[in-house]
Design a protein around this ligand. Structure first.
Ligand SMILES: [Zn+2]
Length: 399
């Protein structure tokens, strides 16, 4: 089966715009990109772009498919029966895909639901994005996310906790280096795991060929994680010159997840969000914005992630993160690169996805209009006229 997208423009994922080309898709991959004048391959379905944009499917480096974006999702998740979580997660995965997100990294599930979901999607049983899953997040006793996490203390226990996630089939291992917003009684700025504990867990993941990520908001925790060899920093609220220097030296990316804070701020206690979470969000926001600007200006690699599943941070609305990024000083093109080529690199999938070039998997979106002029277009599902995943048509407004 061949499909040819003709004309352009094509946002290639690396920031380049291709005009007057033919993007040839064969089965599950992009076969090649031809000049507009080249003969159209035989037996191909021709899809004229007519000024609509072709871009790579979006990649979200930080979601929680087990969390439903209700006002208190961690509380709800820790109380609801696992079969219900499983059914809801399947529905949330479908919504994510219809939001134009073809790959996600799940950053903390429960009872293996994230792992089973990943496998069910990969086997074609249910629709959803390709999922890389962390299994359970690993935190200290009473640390951020303890309600759903694997609590562990001391190097030996953190090692064991990491090994458990790998045994269960996790694609990566996530450690909580600091407190956070959504857990009562912990402070976002406070250090949690020690550098030695982080190093012990990270070593286990790396021995098994798995990457690691850390929830890290406070300065000391961020530095502990960086010195311990972490592969990505999530949130990074209180960055300083030294932590940015460490990120640059070690090429460690930042996944800011602006959506998490902004949706809490927008909806507030009147929507049922716990008061402690609203208060902490408002308190950390100015530091977060300053850190993000410092990181961007210093040249830290920044990849798109939403923390979808946190309060009112809805699965399927992931593209709103790009709007928040442009409001924080990114160009639309930079935000899109963060959600395609850069995100693919953070996931270690840069050979497979993230750009439109020969040999890549055909994860593609057709957007009505120019998202570089108006990034909001990506948030309007009526404007996403086609979604291809591995070359299969998931959505086609033409039909
Ligand atoms: Zn998260």
């Amino acid at each position: 089966m061949r499909r040819v997208f003709t004309g352009g423009p094509v946002f290639a994922g690396d920031g380049k715009i291709l005009e007057n080309v033919q993007v040839v898709v064969e089965d599950d991959h992009i076969l090649n990109i031809l000049d507009a004048g080249a003969p159209v391959p035989q037996d191909a379905e021709v899809i004229p772009l007519d000024g609509n944009f072709l871009l790579p499917g979006l990649i979200d480096c930080h979601v929680h498919l087990c969390m439903d974006a209700g006002p208190d999702p961690i509380g709800a998740l820790s109380r609801e029966p696992v079969p219900l979580t499983t059914l809801k997660a399947a529905e949330l995965a479908r919504k994510t895909l219809l939001g134009g997100v073809t790959t996600v990294r799940d950053m903390g599930g429960l009872a293996g639901v994230d792992l089973v979901l990943r496998d069910a999607i990969a086997a074609g049983r249910i629709p959803g994005p390709k999922v890389l899953a962390s299994g359970r997040l690993i935190c200290m006793t009473g640390g951020h996310g303890w309600q759903i996490g694997r609590q562990a203390d001391g190097e030996a226990e953190v090692m064991r906790a990491a090994r458990e996630q790998i045994l269960a089939g996790a694609d990566l291992v996530k450690f909580m280096a600091t407190g956070g917003v959504m857990t009562p009684g912990v402070e976002p700025g406070s250090e949690q795991f020690t550098e030695a504990e982080l190093r012990a867990g990270i070593r286990e993941a790396h021995k098994a060929g798995k990457r690691t990520a850390t929830h890290a908001q406070g300065t000391q925790g961020i530095k502990n994680a960086l010195r311990a060899g972490i592969d990505s920093i999530e949130h990074g609220i209180y960055l300083d010159v030294e932590s940015i220097e460490l990120m640059l030296q070690r090429s460690v990316p930042l996944v800011p997840t602006m959506s998490a804070l902004f949706h809490i701020e927008k909806n507030g206690v009147q929507a049922g969000i716990p008061e402690f979470a609203v208060a902490k969000s408002l308190r950390v926001k100015p530091f977060f914005l300053e850190s993000l600007t410092m990181a961007r200006e210093a040249g830290v690699v920044i990849a798109m992630g939403t923390d979808a599943g946190t309060p009112f941070n809805c699965h399927g609305g992931n593209a709103e993160e790009l709007v928040f990024m442009t409001r924080a000083g990114f160009t639309a093109s930079e935000a899109l690169v963060a959600a395609t080529k850069t995100a693919a690199g953070v996931l270690g999938l840069e050979q497979e996805i993230g750009t439109i070039e020969a040999g890549k998997r055909a994860d593609l979106l057709v957007i009505q209009g120019d998202p570089l002029q108006d990034i909001q277009l990506l948030c309007d599902q009526e404007k996403i006229s086609m979604i291809l995943q591995d070359g299969r048509v998931v959505k086609d407004l033409r039909s």
